[in-house]
Design a protein around this ligand. Sequence first.
Ligand code: CMC
Length: 440
Amino acid sequence: MSETAKAATPPQEAVTLTDSASGKTFDLPVISGTVGPHVIDVRKLYDQSGMFTFDPSYTSTASCKSRITYIDGDKGILMHRGYTIEDLAEKSSFMEVCYALLEGELPNKEQLEEFEYHITHHTMVHEQLHFFYRGFRRDAHPMAVMCGVVGGLAAFYHDSLDIYDPKQREISAHRLIAKLPTLAAMTYKYSIGQPFMYPRNDLSFAENFLYMCFAVPAEEYKVNPVLARAMDKIFILHADHEQNASTSTVRMAGSSQANPFACIAAGIACLWGPAHGGANQAVLEMLEEIGHKDNIPEFLRKVKEKQDNTRLMGFGHRVYKNHDPRAQVLKKECDAVLRELGITDPHLELAMELERIALSDPYFIERKLFPNVDFYSGIILKAMGFPVEMFTVLFAVARTVGWISQWKEMIEEPTLKIGRPRQLYTGAAQRPYVALKDRK
Ligand code: CMC
């Protein structure tokens, strides 16, 4: 089949595909969004032609309509509800961003206060949930624990499981945003054998999270405002990212009408992988392995020769092919945190040198590989006192609002249908069954 028209310029209404074998043509509508590439609507293609489209890993497929987040990967633009990530990170708070993602608009003063009140008053978890933790080994990976306890929330909050009741959807969204930090902090405390710290309603979202992670009952704990602001920015930078793997997982799970707690647990499972949320942990492990600036050329040789599938972790992105705007904000924040804490981290120096060398190397230039958000986030989080195993958990805490906003948007679509991709079958064609005694 050859394409005889391209969907490049509006106001084109359709593209025509010609089947070069039969000469038949098929008109496919072109749909436009507010900004960004137009899409060819292939929903009727199978009925018309008997053929599917083939797009494993969805590099050319828009899986849904969405009004939440826009990314222009070539220009390095990320916007939530029309606001650039630079403006949001600089001028707003994580609670404002959460409200905007969920509700579509930035809140006014009263709306923000009311929203903060609701989130703050949902931060405690059912006391029975505490006992879940005892079932896990103390050395379990925190993401393994998170997959379990977040999925377990559905066993406790039966009054917010009706996905067709807008009020219940709202309550479960608030519960998830509010309880994820509590569960994450409990996961950390459990791993180091310290008592769980109950949330405090007089603290902001970021302050409360740092408090639940680092305070102990025996002593007063003062939250460092520079670290609280950095934590808040990290949450903002990770809040949503359009139809990435974990968000698509949440949408796919939700399309079967599964409850929101189960859907977010599915998102957490997907986020765990090193090609996605696990990358910042992998960056620090890589820096550890490189060890010294002198070893960078040898490491990059391995990467470029794809020896043992070695990748420069924290580099490259499926969508950003110029720069990742989140990485630039984080690099600045990283300097501020290290300065505040008076830390000179050899990993930071090593990362900067690695970045400098990689950005002038034709391998990375030709493939448009730039530092992504994870290249520097691990260094900040380590300086703040988090162990590497917790990095992806913090990503999950931040991304929960994006997941639940995308889930809510999907459920509110009148045309919601279960997600069900098709396939190009390459296995055996039909053949006669061979009895066990006759098999070779
Ligand atoms: N180091 C070395 N080579 C790379 C890298 C890398 N980090 N990323 C891509 N490449 C090469 C890849 O080998 C391929 O080369 P060739 O053309 O010779 O076969 C080419 O670049 C295209 O790679 P790809 O795998 O087709 O690219 P992708 O868009 O499917 O992958 C990615 C995106 C993020 C999975 C990948 O860049 C990667 O594995 N990066 C390292 C892991 C990482 O930092 N992940 C965090 C992503 S940002 C956080 C988030 O949003 O979740």
